[in-house]
Design a protein around this ligand. Structure first.
Ligand code: NAD
Length: 477
């Protein structure tokens, strides 16, 4: 049992203003495994004040990028050394299979941090341009106090997508973890202290959505960075629009995997273990619409059913597990609700279904729907669980049309023996990323969504821009 009775504010373990607590429940055992204070508006006031003080008076924004990189490099080294502890903890909190967790919940966040540490040396922080009347200095300044609000599915990764670029830019941060997964942020806070990040540069207050909304509109905040549902993103975007407050939104998805006529089916189906079912399907970029040429539909259906039915579903801490429990009972019920919706819409369950694989824990059987048409709710709405929809297409133009017939535009993939041709098809998909014969996010490559999947980009140099203000200083020749 991990009990925390303090909040990380101003570099100190600070007593919370209220008495409320958040219980963290293991999705595998359904037992309480941790407890943290539930942050209140007064705690957000304290956290924003600390971040404000650190930004307005503290050393952090006044250091050179190289000086900040040195301190963050220490944090990155600590993270690299202890990432197994982080992977174990996230798996315990939210049920991510440990093999995915080692990579996605720990190694990836560390790599993102290291990427921005390294970028500090090569990034153009300031330059001279020839203006009409004389030289112009163009410089980049940190945008200020950042509110970072993120979800439970990949908590360290979605936090680090904001934290690393914000910090290297010279911003200070108030982070709000989801109530489902606050424990990993406490482990990170210990490492932050150990690395010697100045007080108030990072503040962490776990809280629910109302207190999150309070943070978004807080007068002491200069920029909001959000990952979560499209529904919440719309509200946050509206609040920031009213305030003219810069905001980045990484939201939901309903990505398509297009299997072309010439695809190597065995390799493709193997690739779907990651591209379609990573993290129990609790992944915004999961490719849950499988588009198969009608000529190969039966063959694809058989291979998909064989793969999905053979997945090991069980204790996420077990190294043989491929699908763990969903984060919460609410999520289990939501995913099962969608399985019922699919059946009611006339799609056919060809693997999995409503029989729960285990009595205890929030498990859902990995499920494949056949005979899906793209207008069905199971093809249009984000399910956020291990449920795939198999959709037949007539020709390549039809496949592209179906893939693009979505309110979302986050990820996707094309599977083909001809990689160059796969790239041509990927160019036609209206999403922020589209892999060929794989799907991966790279630290140096922008990630984000078109349409209802969000605004702006994270990762790469593009992911640093939202934390910078550009300033021009012209002067006479
Ligand atoms: P959610 O939107 O309910 O919550 C996300 C976070 O926002 C939580 O910390 C929550 O407390 C907070 N929040 C909710 N409403 C808020 C509001 N009005 N103001 C301020 N804060 C608010 O989402 P969730 O169910 O926790 O997470 C799943 C969603 O996240 C999925 O839709 C998924 O696609 C999305 N997601 C997107 C990405 C991406 O990069 N595009 C990555 C991971 C998850």
């Amino acid at each position: 049992m991990r009990e925390h009775d303090r909040l990380f504010i101003g570099g100190q373990w600070t007593a919370p203003a209220g008495t409320g607590t958040i219980d963290v429940i293991s999705p595998h055992t359904e037992e309480v495994i941790g407890r943290v204070p539930e942050g209140t508006e007064a705690d957000m006031d304290a956290a924003v004040a600390a971040a404000r003080q650190a930004f307005d008076q503290g050393p952090w924004p006044r250091m050179t990028p190289a000086e900040r990189a040195e301190i963050l490099g220490r944090l990155s080294a600590i993270y690299a050394e202890r990432q197994q502890a982080m992977a174990d903890l996230v798996t315990e909190e939210m049920g991510s299979p440990i093999l995915f967790s080692i990579f996605g919940q720990a190694a990836m966040p560390q790599m993102v941090l290291q990427y921005y540490v390294d970028l500090a040396a090569s990034f153009t922080w300031e330059e001279e341009r020839a203006g009409m009347l004389g030289p112009v200095t163009v410089t980049r300044e940190p945008v200020g106090v950042v509110a970072a609000i993120y979800p439970w599915n990949v908590p360290q990764f979605t936090l680090m997508l904001k934290l690393a670029p914000a910090l290297i830019a010279g911003c200070t941060v108030v982070a709000k973890p989801s109530p489902e997964t606050p424990l990993d942020a406490y482990l990170l806070a210990e490492w932050i202290k150990e690395a010697g990040v100045p007080d108030g540069v990072i503040n962490i207050v776990p809280a629910g959505r109302e207190v999150g909304a309070y943070l978004v509109s807080h007068p002491g905040v200069d920029k909001v960075a959000f990952t979560g549902s499209t529904e919440a993103g719309r509200k946050i975007g509206a609040a920031c629009g009213e305030l003219l407050r810069p905001v980045t939104l990484e939201l939901g998805g309903k990505s398509a995997a297009i299997i072309l006529e010439d695809a190597d089916l065995a390799a493709t189906i193997e690739g779907f273990k990651m591209a379609a079912l990573m993290n129990n399907g609790e992944a915004c970029a999961a490719q849950t619409r499988i588009l198969a040429p009608r000529s190969r539909y039966d063959e694809v259906a058989d291979a998909l059913v064989t793969m999905v039915s053979s997945l090991n579903v069980g204790d996420p801490a077990d190294y043989g597990t491929e699908i763990g429990p969903l984060v919460a009972k609410r999520q289990q019920e939501r995913v099962e609700g969608y399985i019922r919706v699919g059946q009611d819409e006339g799609a056919k369950v060809i693997a999995g279904g409503l029989n729960r694989p285990h009595d205890r824990g929030w498990y859902v059987a990995p499920t494949v729907f056949g005979d899906v048409t793209n207008d069905m709710r199971i093809a249009q709405e984000e399910i956020f669980g291990p449920v795939l929809s198999l959709i037949a297409y007539e020709d390549e133009d039809d496949a592209v049309r179906i893939a693009n017939d979505s309110r979302y535009g986050l990820g996707g993939s094309v599977w083909s023996a001809d990689v160059d041709h796969g790239v041509e098809v990927a160019r036609r998909i209206r999403t922020g990323s589209c892999g060929v014969n794989l799907y991966v996010l790279d630290p140096n490559t922008p990630f984000g969504g078109y349409k209802d999947s969000g605004l702006g980009r994270e990762l790469g140099p593009e992911g640093l821009s939202p934390y910078l203000e550009y300033k021009a200083i012209p002067r006479p020749a």
